[in-house]
Design a protein around this ligand. Structure first.
Ligand SMILES: Cc1ncc(COP(=O)(O)O)c(C=O)c1O
Length: 384
């Protein structure tokens, strides 16, 4: 099995696992307890907080632990809207956000919030002007992803952040696919709220964080009520081992980025070269846009999506985001880019990572080329 689904999840880095084990095995204190066992757990949690903060150029006290980026996105968007009273409020987002943002916005629409879903261009880009033009006097929040999880296209969040700040509009960024891949400096970039997830950067599943800016303070209504943990924003006993694993993974990702990103770009581009040289009538989605290192999304004319994936059984790849694959519908992201249903259905997302080797890329390319040729031979209407 060749694993090319790092955008869905990454394996746990063995060093992050090592860091976690003592907190599962020996040190069971509750980080909120006021005795020695609690204090040692709290110290570990605070160290991890600083490690995650360092990866994104934040202060440690701006990091709120969550169960993952789905929760971070929910807390950011619902929390911000609820704090400001939702009636007549307006949100600007895009049609190609993760479902954790889109479905949260849809939910808020049932509460009287108005939402503008911006349409990307054919390469998957959302323009700065496009965002500014969508703003109204009622706009309280803009939510855009830093990097799209299906096509890897980078949004102009660094340009937008100061423009939204000037206008007094909160800016939430889902940075799940950017953290550990692109430099993020929140000291320099006035984003107010930013979501990250551990399992996309070689940490454990089930833990994430929301950056909540202190100055100026982004205020949120909590979505989980309870013991008032995490500065009142997210109650619940912290899972020390998970948090420690995320901290270790964040530190490792930060240290590895400068070397890892260009290596992955080389492999990703080699994959595209192999495929595009051997196969006519294929389309690299978002190729003309600025992209994160690790994602390549390709649509194949003249093949049927399900057969394509079935015959590529040795490759762990997705047709889109893991979370929406369950519906078996063609990717809404690719449809928003203007691909028709058939072509959107006959698309593959290759996502590369720390463990990807040149040999795997050669083998994966050879398999895809062979299968596409075979399916096209079987397809009566297909002519190149
Ligand atoms: C862009 C993006 N946002 C949010 C999520 C959800 O993250 P989590 O799995 O931590 O809930 C994912 C992962 O599927 C993602 O790719």
């Amino acid at each position: 099995m060749i694993y090319l689904d790092y955008a869905a999840t990454t394996p746990l880095d063995p060093r992050a696992l090592e860091a976690m084990l003592p907190w599962l095995r020996d040190h069971y204190g509750n980080p909120a307890s006021d005795h020695a066992l609690g204090r040692e757990a709290r110290a570990a949690v605070e160290q991890a907080r600083a490690q995650v903060a360092a990866l994104i150029g934040a202060r440690a006290d701006e990091i709120v632990w969550t169960s993952g980026a789905t929760e971070s996105n929910n807390l950011a968007i619902k929390g911000a809207l609820e704090f400001r009273a939702t009636r007549n409020a307006h949100i600007v987002t895009s049609r190609i956000e993760h479902k954790a943002v889109l479905d949260t916005c849809r939910h808020l629409e049932t509460q009287g919030v108005r939402v503008t879903y911006l349409r990307p261009d054919a390469e998957g880009r959302i323009g700065v002007e496009q965002v500014l033009q969508a703003l109204t006097p009622e706009t309280v929040l803009v939510s855009l992803m830093w990097v799209n999880n299906e096509i890897g296209v980078v949004n102009p969040v660094e340009t937008l952040a100061p423009l939204l700040r000037e206008r007094g509009i909160l800016f939430h960024v889902d940075a799940v696919q950017a953290a550990g891949k692109l430099a993020i400096d929140l000291e320099r970039t006035p984003i107010d709220l930013l979501s990250v997830s551990a399992h996309k950067l070689y940490g454990p599943k089930g833990v994430g964080a929301l950056f909540v800016r202190k100055r100026p303070r982004a205020r949120l209504a909590p979505q989980l009520h309870g013991g008032g943990h995490e500065q009142g924003m997210r109650s619940g006993t912290l899972a020390t081992h998970q948090v420690v694993g995320m901290g270790a993974a964040a530190e490792l990702a930060g240290a590895a980025m400068a070397e890892e990103a260009p290596r992955v770009v080389t492999l990703r581009d080699r994959l595209w070269q192999r495929l595009s040289k051997a196969l006519p009538a294929i389309h690299g989605n978002g190729l003309a846009a600025e992209r994160a290192p690790h994602i390549l999304n390709v649509s194949f004319e003249g093949v049927e999506g399900e057969s394509l994936r079935a015959l590529l059984g040795d490759l762990a790849i997705s047709s889109g985001a893991a979370c929406s694959s369950a519906t078996r519908e063609p990717s809404f992201v690719l449809r928003a880019l203007g691909r028709d249903d058939e072509l959107a259905g006959a698309s593959l997302r290759f996502s590369l990572g720390r463990g990807t080797t040149a040999e795997e890329i050669e083998q994966a390319a050879a398999q895809v080329i062979q299968v596409v040729h075979r399916l096209r031979e079987w397809s009566p209407g297909w002519r190149t």
